[in-house]
Design a binder for this molecule. Sequence first.
Ligand code: SF4
Ligand code: SF4
Length: 174
Amino acid sequence: MSVVKNDSQSSQWYLPGILTGLVITAKHMLKNIFNKKDMITINYPEQKHEYSPRFKGNHVLTVKKDGSLRCTACMLCATNCPAECITIHASEHPDAAVEKFPISYEIDMLRCVFCGFCEEACPVDAIRLGPEWQTPGVNGANFNYDIKHLAYRANLKGGVQSVVDDTERHKSGI
Ligand code: SF4
Ligand code: SF4
């Protein structure tokens, strides 16, 4: 690496640089004050940005028409997760037509990188990454999402229905 030393007198003074920076800041501040409609920032949290429906935000476990979980505990999402943040415990389902279901499904959101691989891997549209992006929490435990949160949190209003229909699923043998 070569370093070129500037020995000129002016380079030893920081004041011109500081004043230039202040002028630029003041220019942008005045522009934003008098031309609010062109501001590229928003007044969060009063104003919230609407992301595209394709935005990969918080996870949702979808439900069947009867409100029960669509997940069949096949483990494909957990196997494909690069952050290894999905933990599933499977159990035999009382209904003989359903092989397995998750008795617990947890995502450690502090490790998740929102890559969407879990969503891609799922054969029955049981997990989705939705447009919801706010993830408040006051301690680490708040970021360990369980079935109650993933499928039945208040803003999901009873659950998001999977696009894979029961009848179609049984026909295809999934
Ligand atoms: S989005 Fe990626 S990192 Fe997060 S749980 Fe899914 S597969 Fe794992
Ligand atoms: S891939 Fe889908 S069905 Fe399989 S365990 Fe994950 S969420 Fe459940």
